[in-house]
Design a protein around this ligand. Structure first.
Ligand code: MIG
Length: 814
């Protein structure tokens, strides 16, 4: 600054900010009325609207200037109905009653208390205040033993008590440390749990917001810096109810194509066609299953999206066709930045048809990213989203079924790390600044991508992977957690991160296996792949200049262990796909913190170095070097060691042996797991869909009951939306001296390719004397495809093979 201009005596320099921040609040309630199901409560200084979405949920939106606007962001799905609570007014309070909640507004203070019908307080929003500049802050009561979950993609442990986080999609290449408050995704959903009573608060505001569970002792705060304070209060009482309701509000995953559940291999970058082909052949020669190879930024012609570099990739179409024959798909990266180059068609069209983000004054916003100076599509405009989506015909016409969206925070190489906050988004006639909708940018890009791909794929399901997102992103894309490092600490951190993402409506997620930046090691790659084999999204990815981390990079022993675990994922594909189906219907995560299934167990409130796959499979990864055992907590019940069959009584810690080739896994007695045949890629149509139901710990007693429903469809198209799927229900029920196995197709719109069904009773507590209608045969005869049952003397397992669709019940007599 020039010392000889009057800027030298700028008021900020002398006094600090010229305007003091004055916090205002509602003041007293002056009047209220109902308008179309919305309860408008006018205070002296501002008002709020309450809308009840169900008996367990309501929305509370502040409106300060008397204008009532009940529109939402695209995070919230159109709601089918609202309900009208009973309203009662007393001297002091306005009371809203639903069948589950009693919500009280204090007329003096505007404090909002939520109670159940027994009168127990569930939550209390003590106060809301705002500044003249439009920042809002709300204060909620917190108990000494409150626990916090959700908040999407965040570092640190599972329970967010004592932490503070910011929602502002940020490209963080620096190591993801516990102190980092904002990463690539923003899911402003906070789940509060206190002594078995759970609720969620979802703040539908795509600008910057803060959740502070650290600074106020007996309270936590939720604040936003722009836009409106618009929350959804979502009661449980169980945490599963909160997840179910939140995902009903913001959507659930669309069932992905089965191949997307396979193993994915990536690197920044596989440089040319020859390297890609050699990589694919290595997987097949080494019998390491693989479904996808990624093309990072080097595939493009000088980083121009929707192009291939003609020298590195002379024949993409031929390459992709050849790979498809081998069962391998290509997923290319697509960033939002469009290179400023008048000779480049996409840029020219974008300018001429006015698709790029602009300042209010009309000039295009340019930022520096990989291609150099670039412009950014304004995805808030439907016509621009369609334009972008349509251009994906370039990829689909080459045989590409999946797209990888990176840098869509959007990341820009400048000090702010993103677009200017005052860039305007046209937003279909309702202009907004970038500051107000920053967190929506990546989601809108992936939505446009998903919809564009779908339109050009002849009824096949697209797959989109994204780095940035906002609530609702789960409807369009899977998420990977960005630039982690090859640190053991980052492997450990991936567990709570993915678990909280699952509780926040993002079940289809995973980290870069092996770590992205820095150099992986033999042990780290083994341990991380063992764990990653059970993560919903399973991709090995590493950065340019780092040590190679393909499965065979560290010699034969490492390769063998990695092969075994990736193969296990493929054998478990029927079960995994089933969990994806369940998630698409109910919102339940695929990977679950133990707490979700055992919310009353005080030992699991912050347990996050082990987790459940679905409800019944406990997975306890080793996440330290040179370790050959670890403690595992088993909740109440009986648990079977997956590897040895040994039974453990739960409700305690055990010491699990874990030499390098063993990741401890336990299956709950009474569980059923559907396993298929090993394949080298998920959608191998030449393979038989034979399925084996593994039934754990069966007993010939009436206390034993187990159930499982296997969902199947073609794994590839949307025909399941028109009934082309089957659901096979298995029920195992014990009685004194016998066990009945019932088999029934509940839905029958899809016929899997198989003749047989198989059942394995793992370590049953009895040996059947016989099975009605079935002959006892040898293990060899059974393996050769004969119908019958057999006893495996070495393990004690009972194996049963029956024709598919013919027998409805088997009775095993003890
Ligand atoms: O600034 O495309 O997180 O997975 O390999 C780096 C190159 C840009 C960041 C992504 C990473 C990807 C890399 N990208």
């Amino acid at each position: 600054m020039m010392e000889d201009t009057s800027e030298a005596i700028h008021p900020d320099k002398v006094d600090g900010p010229a305007v003091q921040e004055v916090w205002s609040s509602f003041g007293q309630l002056r009047e209220w009325r109902e308008y179309d199901g919305a309860y408008l409560c006018h205070g002296q200084n501002a008002g709020a609207a309450l809308v009840f979405l169900s008996d367990a949920e309501f929305r509370f939106k502040v409106f300060s200037e008397g204008v009532l606007d009940l529109s939402t962001t695209i995070a919230v799905l159109p709601q089918k109905e609202i309900i009208r609570p009973d309203v009662e007014e007393s001297e002091q309070e306005l009371i809203f009653r639903t069948s589950m909640l009693v919500v009280t507004l204090d007329k003096q203070t505007f404090a909002l208390t939520v109670k159940d019908h027994e009168g127990s307080e569930i939550a209390r929003q003590e106060s809301i205040s705002w500044t003249p500049r439009g920042a809002t802050n709300a204060l909620f009561n917190m108990q000494e033993d409150s626990h916090f979950y959700g908040l999407g993609e965040k570092s640190s442990f599972l329970d967010k008590r004592g932490e503070r986080y910011t929602m502002w999609n940020t490209d963080v290449y620096a190591p993801h440390m516990p102190e980092i408050e904002a990463l690539y995704e923003s899911i402003p959903l906070l789940i509060h749990m206190h002594q078995g009573s759970t609720y969620g608060v979802f703040l539908d505001n795509p600008g910057r917001s803060d959740f502070d569970m650290r600074s106020h002792g007996v309270a936590y705060t939720i604040g936003c810096t722009t836009g409106s304070y618009d929350i959804y209060f979502i009661y449980g009482p169980e945490i599963k109810d909160v997840v179910r309701r939140y995902t009903a509000l913001t959507g659930r995953i669309t069932l992905p194509p089965k191949w997307a559940l396979g193993y994915h291999q990536s690197r920044y970058s596989y440089m040319d066609q020859q390297e890609v082909m050699e990589l694919a052949h290595s997987f097949r020669e080494k019998n390491i299953p693989c479904d996808v190879i990624y093309l990072d930024i080097h595939y493009m012609d000088e980083y121009r999206v929707f192009t291939f570099d003609k020298i590195r990739f002379p024949d993409p179409k031929g390459m992709i066709a050849e790979l498809k024959e081998m069962g391998i798909r290509i997923i290319p990266i697509v960033d939002p930045g469009v290179k400023k180059d008048p000779k480049y068609r996409i840029y020219r069209e974008g300018v001429q048809e006015e698709h790029f983000c602009r300042h209010l004054e009309g000039d295009i916003y340019y930022g520096n990213v990989w291609p150099g100076i670039s412009a950014f599509p304004d995805f808030t405009e439907t016509r621009t989203a369609q334009w972008w989506g349509d251009h994906h015909a370039f990829y689909t016409s080459l045989g590409i079924d999946g797209i990888w969206n990176d840098m869509n925070e959007p990341a820009v190489f400048n000090e702010l790390k993103t677009m200017d906050p005052d860039v305007m988004h046209l937003n279909d006639g309702d202009p907004m600044t970038h500051e107000e909708i920053h967190n929506l940018y990546g989601m809108l890009m992936s939505k446009a991508t998903y919809e564009g791909m779908k339109q050009h794929m002849n009824g096949r399901r697209p797959f989109v992977l994204t780095r940035a997102g906002y609530s609702g992103i789960q409807r369009y894309a899977a998420i990977w957690t960005g630039d982690n490092r090859s640190f053991w600490e980052h492997m450990a951190m991936a567990m709570p991160m993915i678990l909280n993402m699952g509780l926040s409506g993002l079940p289809f997620a995973g980290p870069d296996i092996g770590g992205f930046a820095h150099h992986t090691s033999d042990q780290l790659l083994v341990r991380w792949t063992q764990m990653g084999a059970f993560f919903p999204y399973c991709r090995n990815h590493s950065a340019i200049g780092t040590i190679r981390q393909e499965p065979w990079s560290f010699g034969e022993q490492v390769e063998d262990i990695i092969r075994e675990y990736i193969s296990l994922r493929y054998r478990w594909m029927p079960h995994l796909y089933n969990l994806f189906y369940e998630s698409s219907r109910t919102g339940m995560p695929i990977l679950r913190p133990v707490l979700l299934e055992y919310p009353r167990d005080p030992k699991v409130t912050n347990l996050c170095d082990q987790f459940l796959l679905g409800p019944d499979v406990m997975i306890a990864p080793v996440y330290r070097p040179d370790t050959d055992c670890r403690t595992v907590y088993l909740p109440e019940g009986i648990w079977h060691d997956y590897w040895t069959g040994e039974k453990h009584e739960g409700g305690r810690h055990i010491l699990a042996p874990a030499p390098l080739d063993v990741m401890p896994m336990y299956i709950r007695a009474g569980a059923i797991i559907a396993e298929g045949e090993l394949r080298q890629y998920a959608a191998d149509h030449r393979a038989d869909d034979v399925v084996t139901f593994h039934i754990y710990g069966a007993e010939a007693k009436s206390s034993f009951q187990a159930e499982y429903t296997l969902y199947e469809d073609d794994g590839e198209t949307f025909a399941h939306e028109n009934g082309k799927y089957s659901r096979l229900h298995i029920r195992v029920s014990g009685e004194e001296g016998a066990l009945a196995l019932s088999i029934r197709y509940m839905d029958d719109g899809y016929q899997a390719q198989r003749e047989h069904l198989r059942f394995t009773l793992r370590q049953p507590a009895f040996t059947p004397a016989g099975i009605d209608q079935l002959e006892r045969i040898t293990l060899d005869e059974l393996a050769a495809g004969q119908i019958g049952w057999s006893l495996d003397d070495s393990s004690g397992d009972i194996l049963i093979q029956i024709p598919d669709r013919q027998l409805e019940q088997l009775i095993l007599r003890a």
